[in-house]
Design a protein around this ligand. Structure first.
Ligand code: FAD
Ligand code: NAI
Length: 486
């Protein structure tokens, strides 16, 4: 009879590995199974986020921004730099080193906390009547083993959505993996999808010198963002960053030749257009990764979009089987996945220890979004169009970075912050930012909303001078018609 663990987690991304650490911290006997291998065939924990997502993309965004600054912006400071060049393989190697440092870091955290790490693909075997433990079959190449546990957390993440007319080869037609590993800057880069990946990866290669054209199916740009922010973003990304963005297009065909890729499409006016590029990134969304998990055998329910169906507490329809992260509903964000991982770990521990099954659900309304373009875009809570559609009566405070001393000193004065607050109660309903370092500034807004703050509360807090955070302060003052510097 094999050992029965308290918890087995399938997937070692930010949902799974964080759940594993928290389970172990709470004294649970924990195993984490993950399939990701590095070039040497060893486990590379961290999932999409660490291996081919959040971290490598930010490493390249950072490197490419330095080059862009030197080429286009540093002269404003009275500094002249001649002959700056880019060594793309060195840039990619720096990014790879960051990834390997962090994947190794997770392996040490597992060791420190006593999480057993297993490399391979896990499949939930059918449980027969009367069995109380689940059995997972783990396959790694030819080798197969089984692991048993009382509780299962599925954290298998997501994979890129494919277009029916073309296959990703990661040579000429790229998904996020290929887009993060080019060995040279393409002269002409096409991107299908002006979503988060399209804008971030398009920005990287544009800053390094590529002519970048982004083709987006939706009529409006960045429809998930506040409309005013999206309009400002489109203006700046087009004029200052030099991205060619076309919305409302319909892709008819994509043909990959020996030397280039040809995309035939209809533009927003219905006119036939053709684009020829050296490389094409396809970034048209991601789908939940449920293949090979044993879904059908076990009757694990999926929702109508193919995500594992869960309740507010991440419980699936199978007893003691939970699911977290990209494989379930909600935003596909690393911090959302981790938050759910912690939540489920604590729920399982509480149930094992004192049978406590009552847990307060995670508040998705206070999960921040950040797009790491230049300038950055960040938001939390409701957009103005959502408030309008819901018939909520609200007030607005807005303040531009142009009127902020620190932003001017940095020569990064594009963008603004907008605070939306309930017209009667003054409670903050949403905060929307476009500007320098708003990926960091948004945390203050998240904290305010998590503590149910009013715009008056933010206005009453002293913000350091000169700092970018004064823009948020002034926007909150503005919601009460008290902005000082405009
Ligand atoms: P994943 O990270 O996808 O991890 C799932 C893991 O499960 C993988 O390691 C996979 O190999 C493993 N697995 C799958 N099936 C099995 C199986 N049967 N057995 C064993 N293992 C299995 N989010 C942000 O919040 N901020 C960002 O800046 C950001 N940038 C991104 C940039 C890019 C280019 C991409 C693609 C995504 C980005 N994301 C970002 C999204 C983020 O990566 C995901 O939301 C996050 O990784 C989801 O975590 P997860 O644990 O649910 O799944
Ligand atoms: P996305 O959903 O953000 O954007 C996909 C875009 O492709 C949409 O605008 C969609 O309208 C468009 N599209 C779909 N089909 C199309 C077609 N046939 N032709 C033209 N356009 C088409 O998805 P993306 O960029 O692939 O990223 C996936 C997810 O990964 C994001 O939604 C986000 O959750 C996560 N992510 C988060 C990041 C961050 O937090 N900074 C960075 C990168 C990814």
């Amino acid at each position: 009879m094999s050992e029965i663990h308290d918890v087995v987690i399938i997937g070692g991304g930010p949902g799974g590995y964080v759940a594993a650490i928290r389970c172990a911290q709470l004294g649970l006997n924990t195993v984490c199974i993950d399939a990701w291998k590095n070039a040497r065939g060893r486990a590379s924990l961290g999932g999409t986020c660490l291996n081919v997502g959040c971290i490598p993309s930010k490493a390249l965004l950072e490197s490419s921004e330095h080059f862009f600054q030197i080429q286009h912006k540093i002269s404003a400071h009275g500094i002249a730099v001649q002959g700056a060049t880019v060594d793309v393989p060195a840039m990619i190697a720096r990014k790879d080193k960051i990834v390997t440092t962090f994947t190794a870091g997770i392996a040490s955290l597992f060791k420190k906390n006593g999480v057993k790490s297993v490399l391979g693909t896990g499949k939930l075997l059918k449980r027969t009547d009367g069995e109380t433990a689940w059995t997972i079959e783990v396959t790694n190449g030819e080798a197969t083993q089984t692991i048993q546990a009382e509780h299962i957390i599925v954290a298998t993440g997501s994979v890129p959505r494919q277009l029916p007319m073309i296959e990703i080869d990661n040579n000429r037609i790229l998904d996020n993996i290929g887009a993060l590993s080019l060995s040279e800057t393409p002269q002409r880069l096409g991107v299908i999808g002006a979503g988060v990946i399209g804008l971030e990866m398009g920005s990287v290669w544009r800053r390094l010198g590529a002519e970048v054209t982004i083709l987006e199916a939706m009529p409006d740009f960045l429809m998930a963002a506040d409309t005013q922010i999206a309009q400002e973003a489109r203006k700046i990304l087009t004029k200052e960053s030099g991205l060619h963005i076309q919305t409302g297009v319909k892709i008819n065909s994509i043909n990959s030749g020996d030397a280039s890729v040809t995309i035939d499409y209809l533009d927003a006016d219905g006119n036939a257009q053709q684009l020829e590029v050296d490389k094409l990134i396809v970034a048209v969304g991601r789908i939940p990764n449920t293949s090979g998990l044993g879904i059908e055998e076990n009757g694990l329910k999926l929702d109508d979009r193919g995500f594992i169906a869960v309740d507010d507490c991440c419980r699936t329809n199978l007893p003691d089987v939970y699911a977290v992260g990209d494989v379930v509903r909600g935003p596909m964000l690393a911090h959302k996945a981790s938050e759910e991982g912690i939540f489920v770990a604590e729920a399982i521990a509480a149930m094992i220890k004192d049978g406590d099954e009552s847990h307060e659900a995670i508040d998705f309304n206070t999960i921040p979004w950040v797009i790491y373009t230049s300038p950055e875009i960040a938001w939390v809570g409701k957009t103005e169009q959502e408030l309008k559609a819901a018939g909520v009566s609200y007030k607005t405070g807005q303040f531009p970075f142009m009127a902020n001393g620190r932003a001017r000193a940095m020569n990064e004065a594009a963008g603004f912050v907008k605070v939306l607050a309930d017209a009667e109660t003054d409670r903050v309903l949403g905060v929307h930012m476009i500007g320098p370092h708003v990926s960091e500034m948004i945390s203050e807004a998240v904290m305010a909303m998590a503590f149910s703050a009013c715009s008056e509360d933010i206005a009453a807090i002293v913000h350091a001078h000169p700092s970018l955070s004064e823009v948020f302060h002034e926007a909150a003052l503005g919601a009460n018609n008290r902005a000082l510097h405009i």
